[in-house]
Design a protein around this ligand. Structure first.
Ligand code: MV4
Length: 506
């Protein structure tokens, strides 16, 4: 394998994904250029890169989203390519085009492929042409409620109205009867117009209680395309994934091959190159339906890396530099089980309210099969300008059970103080019997949220007892007489108090 021809790459992002890309660059012998806003001058990604360029004020609309500034920074620093990470400019067709027009390489798909997959109705049309199963429905925007009613009659209620330009569930309405249709269509169109500046809404059959299973695709510029298996992403709240795994308990090798082939076919029809992901709904019967294609590296890519042994970010860079994929589809077999927990600066006890402050102490887990992709350290300031995800804890083990035990162990090691985080919530979630058996769907977390938030973290009860024990032991050590006078005889002490005292003195 030849090394990529890039000598320097600009990383148009911040936080953990910027650090992830910088790491890949360093391993490939590529120099990295970070960009940063006024809020990020002392951020980890800025220090980890070989160079850094300030691109504007704290709001992302004045820094990480200003394409011209970023392209200018790339040219000034002598970078040959720009890696957009996820979010920000990663799926903006105009940015991919502007990078190319500036004589630089966009580390991602061609602008045309981003455009082709950018509209849900266009993506459905492409998928249908490719023979990829899509949810029954239309591929053109609805003109009236009566048109919607006619389509709905074909496959029956409930139906789902969706914004063609949609994302994140905006402009979506479930309709369970014809009588609700007109009002739902009007409000979906209004919401779509406000969110995307486009009121186009189309209709799909509503799939009840499906799983969200997505297929990682990788394609080079020489016509080779393959899939790297699935990720199970059903554990989500308000369209924010909280736990992802690879593989999925619901996907057999045979189903993986069929979903994989369907994803590769959809990618081919869009002229896709580089790393991308096809999202599917998988219903209880085992039928799957293409939803959309994400034309970027995704947050949850590490679980695929761990089970396939393929470094996706390195391959993004190698593909962008013109390299050929050296592996064949049959070489790719998922090994073991990987789980990722997205650690956010949110307070689950307070309705997941974003928590701000300075990280005062930070202990990152390690040991066998544990990976941390983070962008924070002690001293990092967590504000409200950007996404609340501070890092991802990812584990790999031979089986799902072993991976869950490993994640539990690693979450216990993870200590972040100064801000609230989702860490304890993740520990609680891992105790849940539905999660443990894999009996989950896309609404499972929201149905069970309050029960999980209110459940105890068993090992933490022990931890609190030990801290209490240390305090009791210390009090009795410094004031033995008062303790003797005020407390019951040792013989009548509870086993708990005796154990506590010895543990506390250790
Ligand atoms: C659906 C669906 C059920 N039936 N389409 C939500 C966001 C967008 N990416 C697609 N979404 C859905 N489309 C049909 N025909 C349910 C969802 C959905 C969902 C999908 C994936 C992950 C989480 C979700 C949460 C709620 C609804």
């Amino acid at each position: 394998m030849t090394l990529p021809s890039f000598k320097k790459v600009l990383v148009a992002n911040r936080g953990e994904i910027a650090v992830r890309v910088i790491r890949a660059c360093r391993e490939l012998g590529i120099r990295s250029v970070a960009v940063y806003s006024d809020a990020d001058s002392r951020a980890v990604h800025v220090r980890e890169a070989d160079e850094a360029v300030q691109v504007g004020a704290a709001p992302s609309s004045e820094s990480y989203l200003v394409g011209e500034r970023i392209i200018e920074a790339a040219k000034k620093s002598g970078a040959q390519a720009i890696h957009p990470g996820y979010g920000f400019l990663s799926e903006r067709e105009w940015f991919a085009r502007a990078v190319r027009d500036a004589g630089l390489v966009f580390v991602g798909p061609p602008a045309e492929a981003i455009a082709a997959m950018g509209s849900k109705t266009a993506a459905r049309t492409l998928a249908i042409k490719a023979g990829t199963p899509v949810v029954p429905g239309t591929t053109t925007p609805l003109k009236s409620a009566s048109e919607a009613a006619k389509v709905a009659k074909e496959f029956g209620y409930p139906i789902l109205l969706k914004a063609a330009a949609g994302g994140g569930g905006k402009g979506m309405r479930v309709v369970r009867a014809e009588s609700e249709l007109a009002a739902a269509l009007e409000s979906a169109q209004r919401e779509a117009k406000n969110a995307f500046g486009d009121n186009a809404v189309y209709v799909e059959k509503y799939i009840e209680k499906p799983r969200h299973v997505e297929i990682q695709v990788l394609g080079d510029s020489h016509g080779n395309k393959l899939h790297l298996g699935e990720r199970e992403c059903s554990v989500q709240r308000r369209h924010q994934k909280m736990v992802e795994e690879a593989p999925s308990v619901a996907v057999s090798p045979e189903l993986r091959a069929r979903m994989g082939a369907a994803a590769v076919a959809a990618a081919k029809s869009a002229g896709y190159v580089n790393a991308g992901t096809c999202e599917f709904l998988l219903d209880a019967k085992g039928d799957f339906y293409f939803l959309e294609m994400n034309t970027r590296i995704q947050v949850e890519h590490p679980v695929t890396e761990l089970v396939t042994g393929i470094d996706l970010v390195q391959w993004q860079l190698r593909i962008a530099a013109g390299e050929k994929l050296p592996f064949k589809q049959e070489d790719i077999v998922p090994r073991g089980w990987a789980i990722e927990c997205r650690i956010t600066s949110e307070d689950p006890a307070n309705g997941f309210l974003p928590s701000t402050g300075t990280i005062e102490y930070c202990h990152i887990p390690g040991g066998p099969g544990v990976r941390w992709d983070g962008g924070i350290e002690a001293g990092s300031e967590i504000g409200l300008f950007y996404d609340p995800m501070v890092g991802k804890l990812i584990v790999h083990a031979p089986t799902r059970e072993a991976a869950i035990e490993r994640m539990r162990r690693a979450l216990h090691e993870l200590t972040i103080t100064g801000i609230e985080t989702s860490r304890d919530f993740h520990l609680r979630l891992l105790e849940n019997k539905d999660f443990r058996s894999g009996a989950i769907d896309i609404q499972w977390l929201e149905r069970n949220l309050s029960q999980i938030v209110d459940s105890p973290v068993p090992a933490d009860v022990e931890r609190v007892a030990i801290i209490a024990a240390a305090l009791i032991a210390e009090r009795q050590r410094v004031a033995p007489r008062r303790a003797t006078a005020a407390q019951p005889q040792a013989a009548s002490d509870s086993a708990w108090l005796r154990a506590a005292r010895t543990d506390g003195l250790r």
